[in-house]
Design a protein around this ligand. Structure first.
Ligand code: PLP
Length: 421
């Protein structure tokens, strides 16, 4: 097997590269079906020259699509000026990004930002924040059923899915789950023994589920009354994805201000960066300097990419474009007879596929038959048809395309869906 340093797409075929991949990488999700070599806007190409409409955006990451000139020029100009410096130092883009994020999040005075390299790391920081707030008297952390917060030990301790957790137990203790969107259950669980409540305002990995109107406000009121921190995990739902800067601050509604918010994914426009925002003096004072840190967090190139991303979202009025494309997708997808439910929260879209009956109407689909898990089969068929999407469960597709995706592009996918199904 050749291991020479051939640049992807310049010599080897897709199959040859895939063989080298599976020989050399510890692939978390198994062998991918395509080797991608180039992207522009919402389009990507594989090593064999096939073209795809990227409706997954690197899992809700590529806010501006691929190879956006503002990001590439911001990063290249930053790297040619000052690259890595470590967290013993700071740099202008890091400071400007922190200020910008606090403004966008309507953070009160005394609020601060801690930069990380991923969403998981931001949630690790939030976990430590909760422990510092709880001390020895508040040992419980409340999270939501079906919630996802990452796969390192602290983040995993708050993630609900048993199949993710069980191989790694014992995890950090003290986390309990309540049903998502159920304010009465939250109220019953939260008392003065709770350090923090962590909520995804939209549960992305669970299949794109929002909460009933007023739930986040009630969570704010319940946690405040009990003296617990409220943490919003906006890693997937933040930075314009829902057509607002944050899902906890929807357009035309007052923002619900938490004690901490975690961000990543779309923030860097494709660069690895995450952040934990702490709101107000108390939350910001919990972690003393040196109690948490990371060598790469907030590095100049990643923060320059993030600043360029936020500027481009603003300059292009992308939040209103996201809302328009989302409303179109919701309406058109609902028309399809094999679609059971559509949950379009901006350009984070969950699509439940109705079970297609192989027997007579009214009969359950045969176990293990082709209709038992339509969504993963549709992901593979979509790829063949030139669309990148994914499945969050056997019956649920998820779209999280770049925020620059147009109505024409999303319609192209909707027109192809009957054939893909
Ligand atoms: N939190 C949420 C809500 C997520 O959706 C994810 C990733 O899907 C994470 C945390 C983990 O982020 P990362 O993959 O950047 O570590």
């Amino acid at each position: 097997m050749s291991r020479q340093n051939t640049a992807a797409g310049t010599g080897d075929s897709g199959d040859e590269l895939l063989a080298r991949y599976s020989d050399s990488l510890l692939g978390v999700f198994g062998t991918p079906q395509r080797v991608l070599v180039r992207g522009s806007g919402a389009t990507v190409w594989d090593a064999d020259g096939r073209e795809y409409l990227d409706l997954l955006g690197g899992i809700a990451v590529n806010a501006l699509g691929h190879a956006h000139p503002l990001i590439t020029s911001a990063v290249s100009s930053q790297l040619s000026t000052l690259g890595h410096i470590s967290n013993f130092f700071t740099s202008p883009p890091q400071i400007a990004l922190a200020e910008k994020l606090l403004t966008l999040a309507q953070a009160p005075s005394g609020s601060k930002v801690f930069f990380t390299n991923s969403g998981t790391e931001a949630n690790e920081a939030a976990f430590k924040l909760a422990r510092r707030h709880g001390g020895t008297s508040r040992s419980r952390i409340i999270a939501l059923e079906n919630g996802f917060h990452g796969r390192t030990m602290g983040a995993l301790a708050m993630t609900h899915k048993p199949s993710y957790r069980e191989p790694f137990e014992p995890l950090p203790q003290g986390v309990e789950w309540v049903p998502a969107g159920d304010a009465a259950a939250l109220r019953a669980a939260v008392d003065e023994t709770v350090a923090a409540v962590i909520i995804e305002p939209i549960q992305g990995e669970a299949g794109v589920h929002g909460h009933p109107d007023g739930y986040l406000e009630q969570a704010r009121e319940i946690t405040r009354a009990a003296g617990a921190l409220l943490i919003f995990d906006e890693v997937q739902s933040g930075i314009g994805r829902t057509g607002a800067w944050f899902a906890s601050a929807p357009a035309e509604t007052d923002a619900v201000i938490p004690d901490a918010m975690t961000l990543a994914k779309g923030l860097g426009g494709g660069f690895p960066i995450g952040a934990m925002l702490t709101f107000g003096e108390h939350a910001s004072s919990l972690l003393s300097p040196g109690q948490h840190g990371t060598t790469f967090g907030g590095n100049p190139a990643a923060t320059a990419a993030a600043l360029a991303t936020l500027d481009a979202i603003e300059a292009g009025d992308l939040l209103s474009q996201v809302r328009r494309v989302s409303a179109h997708a919701q309406q058109e997808l609902e028309e399809l007879d094999f679609v059971a439910e559509v949950r379009a929260h901006g350009l984070l879209i969950g699509i439940d596929i109705a079970p297609s009956l192989s027997g007579a109407p009214g009969e359950a689909p045969s176990a293990g038959g082709p209709s038992a898990a339509p969504a993963p089969a549709m992901v593979a068929a979509a790829l063949e048809a030139g669309f990148i999407i994914n499945a969050t469960g056997p019956h649920t597709l998820r779209l999280a395309p770049p925020l620059i995706t147009t109505i024409e592009q999303i319609q192209r996918f909707i027109d192809a869906l009957p054939e893909i199904h």
